[in-house]
Design a protein. Structure first.
Length: 293
């Protein structure tokens, strides 16, 4: 087996592997859009630094990454279309060839997103990557989303001060969970303009919970028209009254979409129990390896 930078004539075979990846995921998992335009995929590969593995002259895997700034550091971001392999040995050889260039640029945080299929996530686990994030999704219909007694649910005008205060509750919750890693700043944290539709729960005229609904751009694997739910938070005195679940259902119904999804950390067990209990089935996982050198 040989690993080398992809030649222009290799990219059609890589695009075919990407198309097969999404088709396989769509057959195995609900809420995955398996329709991929090979021509658009081929165009996107044109400017990328793609590594390919060959065995007997046939391409058996590929790997590339985007180097994404994250505050004072950067991450090597490997999306579901950025990799494929026939077995873990192919993936190991690809990673061993590609990663030194990332490390040479000081990028020691490597994050891969994989569809939540055991053979695929376990392959990365063999290379020292640990599960950190879930992306879960569910489809309509939702329950009516009626407010619990003494609460009012509505779509509100964006208030960056209130939104930032409620978003800070997510950090507080993760401090009590074994996350040991600061949450990345979200676009909703005090932004002057709303990054999406802001839904709130009110009690006695005060906002006590929030949920943001953010429309996806057209993204591989995401069903057309899907909406991402973000920044869900409930103030402590109003928890365990059904406010969060009612607000999620209300938001999804008001958005009038077929599929909604959310992302949460695997170590945040209360968040995991909430989203899974609300019917959000894991679709993809984010795995991380941090190189300490």
């Amino acid at each position: 087996m040989q690993v080398a930078r992809a030649r222009p004539e290799d990219l059609a075979a890589v695009a075919s592997r990407i198309t097969a990846t999404f088709a396989t995921a769509a057959q195995a998992l609900a809420h995955v859009d398996g329709s991929v335009d090979p021509t658009r995929v081929l165009q996107s590969l044109g400017g990328a630094h793609v590594w390919v593995a060959r065995r007997g002259g046939e391409i058996v895997g590929h790997l590339t990454a985007s180097l994404v700034p994250r505050g004072p550091r950067s991450e090597a971001w490997i999306s579901p279309d950025a990799w494929s392999c026939d077995d873990v040995d192919d993936l190991a050889a690809l990673y061993a060839s590609a990663a030194p260039a990332w490390l040479a640029e000081g990028v020691r945080d490597h994050v891969v997103w994989s569809f939540d299929l055991p053979a695929w996530t376990e392959a990365w686990g063999e290379l020292g990557f640990a599960r950190e994030l879930y992306r879960g999704a569910r489809s309509a219909p939702f329950a009516p989303g009626e407010a619990p007694p003494d609460y009012r649910l509505r779509r509100a005008r964006w208030d960056p001060v209130v939104a930032a205060r409620l978003s800070a509750l997510v950090d507080e919750a993760e401090e009590s969970a074994p996350v040991f890693r600061p949450r990345e700043a979200d676009p909703d944290d005090g932004s002057a303009e709303a990054p999406g539709h802001w839904y709130v729960a009110e009690s006695a005229g005060r906002v006590v919970a929030q949920c943001l609904a953010i429309a996806y751009p057209r993204t591989l694997g995401i069903p057309p028209g899907a909406v991402h739910l973000s920044a869900l938070a409930v103030t402590p005195p109003h928890r365990r009254h059904g406010v969060a679940r009612s607000l999620v259902a209300y938001t999804a119904r008001r958005e009038r979409v077929a599929v909604v999804d959310a992302t949460w950390r695997s170590a945040n067990r209360p968040a995991h129990r909430f989203w899974v209990g609300a019917g959000f089935a894991p679709v993809a996982v984010g795995l991380r390896r941090q190189i300490l050198v």
